[in-house]
Ligand binder design. Sequence first.
Ligand code: G1P
Length: 293
Amino acid sequence: MPIVKAVIPAAGMGTRFLPATKAMPKEMLPVVDKPAIQYVVEEAVRAGLHDVLMITGRNKNALENHFDRNTELEALLRTKGDQRRLQEVMHSTQLANMHYVRQGDPLGLGHAVLRAQMHVGNSPFAVLLGDDLIDSRDDLLGRMIDVHDQRATSVVALMEIDPALSHLYGIATVEVTDEDDVVKVTGLVEKPSVESAPSNLAVIGRYVLQPDVFSILESTEPGSGGEIQLTDALNTLTTSASGGGVHGVIFRGRRYDTGDRLDYLKAIVQVATSREDLGPDFTTWLREFVTRG
Ligand code: G1P
């Protein structure tokens, strides 16, 4: 059965970006000229996932508005003959079939994903976290879907990190397979200390999951930070009889983190410098700026 549904948790409060996120969802912060969340929806669509369920919460109306039509604005741009901007504005509307469910209580990522159960049903699906942007030139999700289809297991995206950053990620225990970029995941732990981290392979925010994860999430107790963790449910899935276990795809491409202010600034610079329209001028300016000290 081909995977067609993507779940994008977007209910977080965005406290790291206050006061910018006092009245605006953090997912709407622009990375150059597009809100961060649009990159994530575009990535899902590129991988063939045209049905997108966003898990939202209070204060998130701007997300629904962004992916809906704005007929007044469209009419204005049409009158002005501004075709380019008209197309940009229409693009986010036409991207995917968007659906929304509110998380209610903010009980953690695992709880947010469990809210997708009714919509997803009994089929495999993908989860994309908005803080991780994957460069459109690197087809991580497509590769994960291939591995899922071949091995009939859940699949997480893994990336080698500096072990000093283990406390920020889910960290995997793995065994090698016959494929260079695929590992079997035998355990997962959420945000371990550097001393207790089982490897330097961190889960980055892309998952292709078997629906068995839902029943596991239902009985997953709060873990790290007092929250119901997706990582803990996937750890259970690594050893559960049903659900077929978990594999990891090791990603060696370009990932931009927008999760905190410093990483967000880096993400903007990385995306802007690789843009055809702005990149050359911005790179020239950046070089001068840096050498000026
Ligand atoms: C979440 C997950 C974590 C994962 C990370 C990737 O953590 O819980 O396992 O490694 O995303 O970005 P968060 O960054 O939401 O604290």
